[in-house]
Design a protein around this ligand. Structure first.
Ligand code: C2E
Ligand code: MG
Ligand code: MG
Length: 470
């Protein structure tokens, strides 16, 4: 082979190596980037995060991850169709990218989930600013075809500190903060901090103990009377669960019901509540004929409604076991259960099946969510409980808008044939006002606190005389 031939061969080999390297890079790129938005994917984000955490050890500065989730994307996707949904995600990523600094990484880490890695920020405060910019980047409506809509996102922020040796930990913390933002209704950001971390540990512990609480017979029920305002007497009771915790004492539902929901334990707790409450009221009816029309209200969680089959089976069984007439069982459902993302249809189907059993449906905490009276009528609810936040200012000199709202709600609901129950009646001035507005029923500390079964019996036997003279 001559020297020239050799040169040529070398050049050809080099060109070939370059081609291979290019191809490899392209292939690599494909594995590291999201094809729809062209953004880095989760792998690449983790890789960069790993690098950023190593850098942060040497050059002190703030590193943060912001996890982002589109609020109710499932619904939007159904509405726009998957092409429209894709277009929305592309536009979303374009807008988010536009408010970030060049050194930050925006990645698509799930179908409607994104994450931002912010490096070398000057302060923790700066992270707030970035998160706020991200949320407000979406204020302007978007459109695809002839449809216009506003996308909103929730964000969870985690700041890197010494504890975060592994990128996955930081992402997990950002996710916890995101969950909290979502629970608080979306369109906001939450920062993960040490306090949240310890709460997380507490939660895990409570969840563990809750698993055995049913078997160990640690759950208790209290019953809060519901008063017919015209009659001035007890027309029903609401069963409210408590947990007699061996170490913590009596723990209220606010401390454990949402943990039970998230972990799926609520189905077991819910079934226990139904069974025990129905048995108690059945016993009352047997003891005292004057309680034969006493109604029992039991709270259901969205999680129970999302699996209607189990729920229907439990309700059917409990009614049979206790002989409680179905029309005396009222199931209370909060508005969030009706709009539980991805479960709306299951929930509607569940409601229809419950109706078919002859039980009553009550919307709890009305006014705190988005349910409309027309929707409730369509879903064939029997009653609404007006949230106590609306009742609070009734009868005060500056009762203002709330009183107008309550008046309008009572008026419309009654016209639609829905029974109205006012929650949180704490004073006689509220009671007088509600009676004047012809609210049918009330419940609250003014009448009675939630009572242990023994105290409930006493009150049923000798109700205070003052209720009737509202
Ligand atoms: P809820 O269904 O709206 O129940 C009414 C809550 O308001 C009860 O709190 C009750 O004690 C309280 N309350 C009653 N009258 C007044 C008043 O005049 N003023 C004030 N400030 N509060 C009043 P509790 O027992 O802590 O229950 C809280 C929530 O936990 C309930 O709200 C319900 O959503 C949930 N919950 C309770 N038991 C169960 C259950 O067995 N299953 C499910 N899924 N949730 C339950
Ligand atoms: Mg309730
Ligand atoms: Mg309520």
């Amino acid at each position: 082979m001559t020297e020239d031939e050799l040169q040529l061969l070398r050049a050809a080999l080099r060109a070939r190596e370059r081609r291979i390297a290019d191809l490899e890079r392209a292939l690599h790129r494909q594995g590291m980037y999201d094809p729809l938005t062209g953004l880095p994917n989760r792998e690449l984000l983790l890789d960069r995060l790993d690098h950023a955490l190593a850098m942060a050890l040497r050059h002190p500065s703030v590193t943060a991850v912001i996890q982002i989730d589109v609020d109710r994307f499932g619904r939007l996707n159904d509405w726009l169709g998957s092409e429209g949904g894709d277009a929305a995600l592309v536009e979303l990523s374009r807008r988010l990218r536009a408010v970030l600094r060049p050194g930050d990484t925006l990645a698509r880490v799930g179908a409607d989930e994104f994450a931002v890695l912010c490096v070398q920020l000057e302060s923790e405060r700066a992270v707030h600013d970035v998160a706020t910019r991200l949320l407000t980047a979406l204020d302007e409506p978007m459109s695809t075809g002839d449809r216009e809509f506003v996308l909103s996102v929730s964000a969870g922020v985690a700041l890197a500190h010494d504890g975060h040796r592994r990128p996955g930990d930081l992402l997990a913390d950002a996710n916890s903060a995101l969950d909290r933002a979502k629970r608080r209704g979306g369109m906001r950001h939450e920062i993960f901090d040490a306090e949240m971390r310890s709460r997380l540990v507490d939660r895990l512990q409570i969840e563990n103990e809750l698993r055995t609480a049913v078997e160990r017979d640690e759950l208790r029920l209290e019953y809060q009377p519901i008063i017919g305002l015209r009659e001035g007497r007890i027309v029903g009771v609401e069963a409210l669960v408590r947990w007699d915790h061996p170490r913590l004492g009596l723990v209220g539902p606010d401390q454990f019901v949402d943990i039970a929901e998230e972990s799926g334990l609520i189905r077991r707790v819910g079934a226990w509540v139904l069974r025990h409450a129905a048995a108690e009221v059945a016993a009352l009816r047997a003891e005292d004929p004057s309680t034969r029309e006493l109604e029992l209200a039991v709270n259901l969680s969205a999680r129970q409604l999302s699996r209607p089959d189990t729920l229907i089976a439990t309700v059917t069984e409990v009614l049979e076991e206790t002989g409680l007439p179905p029309h005396l069982l009222a199931l209370e459902i909060t508005e969030s259960a009706l709009v539980d993302e991805g479960h709306e249809e299951a929930a509607e189907e569940g409601l229809a099946q419950l109706r078919a059993l002859g039980v009553r449906l009550v919307l709890d905490d009305f006014g705190t969510g988005y349910a409309s009276l027309a929707q409730l009528k369509r879903l064939r609810f029997d009653a609404i409980k007006v949230d106590r936040s609306f009742v609070a200012s009734l009868g005060l000199a500056d009762e203002g808008e709330d009183a107008l709202l309550v008046a309008a709600i009572i008026h419309m609901a009654t016209a639609l044939g829905l029974t109205v129950v006012a929650e949180g009646v704490e004073s006689s001035r509220q009671l007088r006002r509600l009676s004047a507005l012809r609210c049918a029923q009330g419940q609250g500390y003014h009448f009675a606190r939630p009572l242990a079964p023994g105290r409930l019996r006493e009150m049923l036997a000798a109700p205070p005389a003052s209720w009737s003279q509202a």
